[in-house]
Design a protein around this ligand. Structure first.
Ligand code: URA
Length: 262
């Protein structure tokens, strides 16, 4: 390949969304195609229609089955370590292939408040922890203002996760299919951590756990998700883009603090 052809190929990859080299050796994803799910797939029940790859109309069936498989796998997890390991070996979500690290959670799982963000960005993907980039720094400052801290114990503790554990390419929004596929794991995550209050931040988190978007309208209004009191808030990345949102954020933080004190 001459340098012109190499540059053209590189441009083409950048246009497709490759913005980072994640390994020294190229992998031909076309050869890997779509494999039947790894791990324990039940022989009966909702996934029994999985057929060998050569007779299967590949995409729709795999996508549909992925959600069922996720639900079955998630239901078998009784602690966070098992849940994390189960997600780490869940091959059905294609975002995993482009991600550098699984981003499961950060903070104290015993915290009374569980924050749910959208998906890892570039910094989170590199480090393997949620909210460590600019938005994360703002999140830490926001919650420090009401004496909550992801490194703290007891009443000051905070627990943080995302709807998606892998970074979507070029930080695009996760698709509805990707959200639906990973939701059983998030639901199990919430059930195991068992926080007193859930705080979904931004539209994607609200769509996933409340089935609603329109964060400007729904933020600051208490509701319920998975049987827990839930307070939707602006995503800190939205606040960075529009600092006028800080005022509403402050009101929501005070509402959260008041609820914790009652
Ligand atoms: N935005 C999110 O929603 N989550 C992260 O972990 C980082 C940025």
């Amino acid at each position: 390949m001459d340098s012109f052809a190499a540059l053209t190929a590189l441009d083409w990859h950048i246009e497709l969304g490759a913005d980072e080299a994640i390994g020294d050796t190229p992998i031909n994803r076309y050869e890997q195609a779509v494999k039947p799910a790894k791990g324990p797939i039940p022989k009966t029940g909702p996934t029994s229609n999985i057929k060998p790859i050569d007779v299967m109309p590949v995409i729709p069936q795999v996508e549909e089955a992925a959600e069922d498989i996720a639900r079955i796998l998630a239901s078998r997890c009784n602690d966070l370590e098992t849940l994390r390991n189960t997600i780490a070996t869940f091959e059905q979500c294609s975002l995993k292939k482009g991600a550098r690290n699984l981003v499961f959670s950060d903070g104290n799982p015993a915290a009374r408040i569980m924050i749910i963000g959208e998906a890892p960005g570039r910094d989170e993907d590199q480090i393997g922890k949620p909210f460590v980039g600019r938005a994360g720094q703002l999140l830490d400052k926001m919650f420090a203002a009401i004496d909550l801290d992801r490194k703290a114990e007891g009443d000051a503790a905070l627990y943080i996760t995302n709807v998606m554990p892998w970074r979507p390419p070029q930080n695009r929004d996760p698709s509805d299919e990707e959200i639906a596929m990973m939701l059983p794991f998030l639901e199990r995550h919430i059930a195991i951590a068992n926080p007193d209050i859930i705080v979904p931040m931004g539209n994607i988190a609200c769509k996933a756990i409340l089935g609603k978007t329109g964060i400007t309208r729904i933020r600051g209004h208490w509701t319920e998700a998975f049987g827990k009191p839930t307070l939707p808030m602006f995503h800190p990345a939205g606040v960075l883009r529009d600092p006028l949102k800080k005022r509403d954020c402050w009101a929501d933080l005070l509402a959260l603090k008041a609820r914790l004190n009652t």
